[in-house]
Design a protein around this ligand. Structure first.
Ligand code: ZN
Ligand code: ZN
Length: 248
């Protein structure tokens, strides 16, 4: 089995509810230097007396055993003991998405179409209502449509590109091969399945290196028609793509 990045959150329950918890900001730096997480910093969220650090572990072993890492233990264990009321808890982000309270789900019932976007680093804006810009909850998507699976793969490729490492070129090729790339073909398949299931047009927003650039439909090169939205402003109904992130 190949190991893949694991988005997760680490939860710290502060022993003193009035403490700022700012000591923990630098934990992501420690985790990175120990090669346990990807470099892209994720956020540190505060919720009453708990702190949540969102990170992407490099693999399953890092996810499971980060707190047993010698360096981490040496530097952080006394802080954990002193400042926390319990050992930090690590939860896979996938199990967490549903609970995230700042994701607004669509409940408007006025959608003209949905926008499907491959996962990058944010966990929002993956399947979006054109009217209220709320998210279509994955719990509404039947399991036969491998949306989550595709999103996980998309994120993995995206991260490979972002990391500028060994796989950067391959990842870029995969992300930008709109007509024949496996990743994008799978995305298109899922787009169609979603459209059939929800009985609503679903347009896919493909990866572009510079999202603010004005570009035509990435599949056919046509200019497309007005989406009715400010951003993304254009739709190609022939290819079911949505694009036009130009700010003007
Ligand atoms: Zn809506
Ligand atoms: Zn097109």
């Amino acid at each position: 089995m190949t190991d893949s990045p694991i988005p997760a959150k680490i939860i710290f329950i502060l022993a003193d509810p009035k403490a700022t918890g700012e000591e923990f900001i630098s934990l992501s730096g420690s985790l990175y230097r120990q090669n346990l997480i990807f470099s892209e910093p994720r956020e540190l969220r505060r919720d009453k007396n708990s702190l949540e650090l969102i990170v992407i572990f490099r693999d399953n072993n890092s996810f499971k055993n980060w707190s047993k890492n010698t360096e981490i233990k040496e530097f952080w264990q006394t802080k954990f003991d002193k400042l926390l009321s319990a050992e930090p808890k690590t939860i896979k982000e996938r199990d967490v998405i549903i609970e995230v309270d700042n994701v607004i789900n669509c409940a408007c019932k006025k959608s003209d179409f949905y926008i499907l976007q491959g996962r990058s680093l944010q966990f929002t804006d993956e399947l979006t209502c054109s009217n209220c810009f709320g998210q279509i909850s994955y719990s509404k998507v039947p399991l036969e449509i491998k949306l989550e699976d595709w999103q996980t793969k998309h994120e993995r490729v995206y991260l490979n590109w972002l990391e500028s490492g060994l796989f950067e070129k391959e990842a870029f090729k995969e992300l930008t091969n709109y007509k024949k790339g496996k990743l994008n073909l799978e995305g298109e398949k899922i787009r169609k399945q979603l459209s059939d299931f929800f009985q609503i047009p679903v347009y896919i927003s493909y990866f572009v290196e510079e999202p603010d650039n004005n570009h035509p439909c990435l599949v056919c090169g046509q200019g497309g028609s007005d989406s009715g939205l400010k951003r993304p402003s254009k739709i190609c109904k022939a290819c079911n793509t949505i694009f036009g992130y130009d700010d003007k």
